[in-house]
Design a protein around this ligand. Sequence first.
Ligand code: ZN
Ligand code: ZN
Length: 391
Amino acid sequence: MIDGLGGLPNETGKTELEVANTPNLDQLMKKGVYGLMNSIKRGVIPGSDTSQLNILGYDPYEYYPGRGPLEALGAGMELKHGDIAFRANFGTVNERFEVIDRRAGRIDTETAHEIAKSIERIEIDGFEFIFKPTVQHRGVVIVRGDKTAVIGDTDPHKLGVPVLQPRITEENKEMVKAVNKYTAEVHRILRDHPLNKNREFPANIVLLRGAGEFREVESFENRHKIKGCCVAGAALYKGITRYIGMDVIERAEFTGTFETDLKLKAKVAKDALKEYDFVYLHVKATDNAGHDGDFQKKVRFIERIDRELIGELMDCKEVLVVTGDHSTPAVKREHSHEPVPFLIANVDARDYGARKFSEVECRKGELGIFEGKEVMQIVKAYMERTKKFGS
Ligand code: ZN
Ligand code: ZN
């Protein structure tokens, strides 16, 4: 799963994939089955979370719990049915409670973890607030209690304005009250923290966003009768797969950035196939390069994937699927609705004549243009895990 894989032509008239030199992927195309996938549906611009849930067989319109719970699971937190989870940021406010930095001066991870100890667990009006720091200013907060509710952000997402008070409704008023008290309590504890004394931007507030309610869902194994695991670096993708009950294989070398160890990822995935039927291997930095608008950087990372990751998998006899969760064309710097290339290799395949792994060449194949929700059915067919319908 190559994040943001699809692209659009730049001034040369070619997409990132068309410019990239990808001998291994091209080789797999010769003996593969291919098409183009709309990861959610035609005309919808997919998020990474909603699209990947759909591809794994979970309709996001029914199962998407919001970003908060997925990030919390990705950070290794245990969630209970009914917990509300937020993405959280250490930020800096002045004496009028106005946000003057949303990242507390890009605080380093070590200091952030030390400061976080003072606000690990806070109880307010029957709600338990649990904070876990992750990388730099980032973290997650979960709220547990009888009257939890999904509420709006306290993070104003801009500077010079006060910390937001989420809008109150009949259902969420206890929760909003508690969250407002929590924000004030966190500030009271952090403003005098010794590690904040000499900081230009003290970490003196926790800003919350992306609230979602965690509910347990049917496991991937139960749904598909396939035992799966995930190999990923970035928290969101570990969260998505944990949410559907997959095991996650973590290594410090898997960073979710350009520096990630692609070769090791492939090796770990191959190894995991001894124990699992299905390995979900996620690579992130293609999407980052697209968001940066850096066409060449995306090309170079695709070439590295071809060399280091696909190269390592070339001797693999298992069914190999290569695709993306959406397009992130460098010319758009954002996700776009165009479908993404989809390839299944190491299977019996007809030759439709494509010789390069790219958007346009994949269009030639018999999979045509299909939707993300069809992926598991198609993949299972090639894994020979489906039965005849009728007699
Ligand atoms: Zn994505
Ligand atoms: Zn993205």
